[in-house]
Design a protein around this ligand. Structure first.
Ligand code: AMP
Length: 219
């Protein structure tokens, strides 16, 4: 299965993507995670991306497409993948179509997580992430077992720099103007399916499994 998951910031893309990736054994390719790793390593790409990310803006298309293109050509993507956070602009989607045609791959499905906009800011302010292993938590709905510590690797969990209130507003504006048009783009390709992202982690995942089970011919 070649999947893409999209939705506004804070819709729960990353959380659902991790669950899908584990259940269906396909690599979870998150452009945000790749950028955060590059920033940690202070690579040339990371330093460039950091400027945009810290302001809640999109990293320029060329740089983003180049890192994703490299990633999709790795061997583990031969039998499927789940893209999370990419594409985020029409230009990225068009370039992805060109790349996939070259690789002789067709997207199976685009999962669009739909959430109540009023809840988003609140969700993001409660989100905590582990910068070591990428695990994410919500202090209210999905807290770690021990306060402030990642269940998976024992590192301290933190509020992402770009989850601070002032940056979240820019990210939501960017989503509305640059990313939301992708809903129409994939609707026209007849591969988009809306998922209710307000059901809670477990029930939203159940919905997704139902849909992917149909695509896969089993659950
Ligand atoms: P995420 O973890 O998906 O919320 O991404 C965090 C930040 O990384 C975004 O707010 C952008 O600044 C940047 N980013 C991630 N994916 C993309 C993309 N496809 N295009 C441009 N910027 C991106």
């Amino acid at each position: 299965m070649y999947l893409l998951i999209m939705g506004a910031p804070g819709a729960g893309k990353g959380t659902q993507a991790k669950l899908i990736s584990e259940k269906y054994n396909i690599p979870h390719i998150s452009s945000g995670d790749i950028f955060r790793q590059e920033i940690k390593e202070q690579s040339k790409e990371g330093k460039l991306a950091q400027e945009y990310i810290s302001q809640g803006k999109l990293v320029p298309d060329d740089l983003t497409i180049s890192i994703i293109s490299k990633r999709l050509q790795k061997e583990d993507c031969n039998h499927g993948f789940l893209l999370d956070g990419f594409p985020r602009t029409i230009k990225q989607a068009q370039d992805l179509d060109i790349l996939l045609a070259k690789l002789k791959i067709k997207l199976t499905l685009v999962l669009n997580l739909v959430v109540n906009p009023e809840r988003i800011v609140n969700r993001l302010s409660q989100r905590r992430v582990c910068l070591k292993c990428g695990a994410t938590y919500n202090l209210k709905t999905n807290p770690p077992k021990k306060a402030g510590i990642c269940d998976k690797c024992g590192e301290a969990i933190v509020l992402r720099e770009d989850d601070k209130e002032e940056t979240v507003k820019t990210r939501l504006d960017v989503y509305q103007t640059q990313t939301k048009p992708l809903v129409k783009y994939y609707n026209e390709q007849k591969i988009l399916i809306n998922i209710d992202g307000d059901l809670g982690i477990k029930d939203t995942f159940k919905e997704i499994v139902k849909i992917l089970g149909d695509v896969n011919g089993n659950n």
